[in-house]
Design a binder for this molecule. Sequence first.
Ligand code: SAH
Ligand code: SF4
Ligand code: F3S
Length: 482
Amino acid sequence: MNLIPDLDLLTDDIDAPKLTTDEAVGTRQVYLETYGCQMNVSDSEIVASVLRENGFGLTHDADHADVVLLNTCAIRENAEQKVRHRLSHFRAAKTKHGRDLKIGVLGCMAERLREKLLDQEKLVDLVVGPDAYRDLPRLLHETDETGQAAVNVLLSREETYADIAPVRYDTNGVSAFVSIMRGCDNMCAFCVVPFTRGRERSRPVTSILSEVSQLVEHGYKEVTVLGQNVNSYRVEHDGTAVDFAELLYRISLISPELRIRYSTSHPKDCSDDLLRVHAERHNVCNYIHLPVQHGNTDVLQRMRRTYTRDEYLDLIDRARTICPGISFSTDIIAGFCGETEDEHQDTLSLLEHVGYDHAYMFMYSERPDTYAARKYTDDVPEAIKKRRLTEIIQLQTGIARARNEAEIGQEHTVLVEGTSKRSDAQLYGRTDTNKVVVFDRKDFIKGDYVNVRITDCTSATLIGTPLGKTTLETEAGRLVVA
Ligand code: SAH
Ligand code: SF4
Ligand code: F3S
């Protein structure tokens, strides 16, 4: 569902399948398609690495693949439906052409649907959960040998794939994801992730820092540090505890020209120390994705989010005091169990109050086994959910447009990510505050930092005039002098 106009300009469109690039190595070719969040995109890079190490090649031509793997998402009903359609498509292709094709389901649908996929629907040859990717070559061998489906959906308390160098097969060469933790212990009432990805665990500091250093050596200019709740990152390192603020600080010291973003942060764990790292380090972006989910305290309590509306708004105020000009995006769920009209109005008023630059907005979708599925009734009728979501989207679109209009005349440092989809003569990139900017190509290239004056906008995109190439350090110096 593409809820945001112009979202096709962004690289993190969460529902878009990501394709691999062809590779000459390997005898058997694997086609890998990724659904869901950035964590899944990052996991597919681990999968690609494991497969390549074991002699498989990667292809983006599904018609000529020997193995088709779908890295799946279970977050909402429609995410699962999409995968089922794709599975039926590949199964039909296999039967019709009598191909020796192996079809596998990886990721978040694996655990819950393994019986259905294997038994009732007989759709797949391979089911592999998010903690079992090291086992993929063995499982592929097993299904080859036995002709039976091979399964490993065991969740781990330790696996972080810390020693596996991800294969960045779908990269723009400028920005990369770096996974710092796996799983989630939060148990928000609506959410299936703790069931699909298991317990929270943090990756050792050294392996994170060395992965980021290698990215810098390879010319990358931006990393997005990933976890379901990065703010609860915690490890013991050299006898002291390293939390997320400390980790982010250490990452920021690797290169003054590397921009750092992260996702996702749970409001309950967003500390003042972390906000101070944003303020002190010029290369930690002035932007936080801080999902609120709802604007009413009773609903937040039913959702088990563990903060109130006022606590969330206080956090926004604190962040704006410590980091002037900081930008926020959020996630919103419309039509959660028992949501009244007044409660829905509170979400609208919170959106107005905060003034997010961007929001991902969803209708509540009941997920099996979650607290909400077990304890509450999914009692808001579909039509009302839809109407409330539409109101939320309309309001947020207007807010985003007004915030973009306020940027006209301002200058921003934009990291160029590639050519605009609308015109070869234009480039696109992002501001520090994560806004997409489109401007004339001139002599600039991917990976340049360019100063751009904003001249126009839509609700999702800024349009500007490039003023010249710059560096992050130059811009930081200018701010200090000013
Ligand atoms: N770990 C992240 C969220 C990951 S899921 C966090 O805590 O912020 C991404 C988003 O999907 C959530 O923020 C939520 O808005 C939405 N989502 C999760 N479960 C959902 C459900 N059952 N129905 C609708 N939206 C859901
Ligand atoms: Fe799901 Fe909540 Fe964990 Fe996010 S913090 S992944 S919403 S349980
Ligand atoms: Fe989907 Fe799993 Fe991410 S359920 S949103 S792919 S963690």
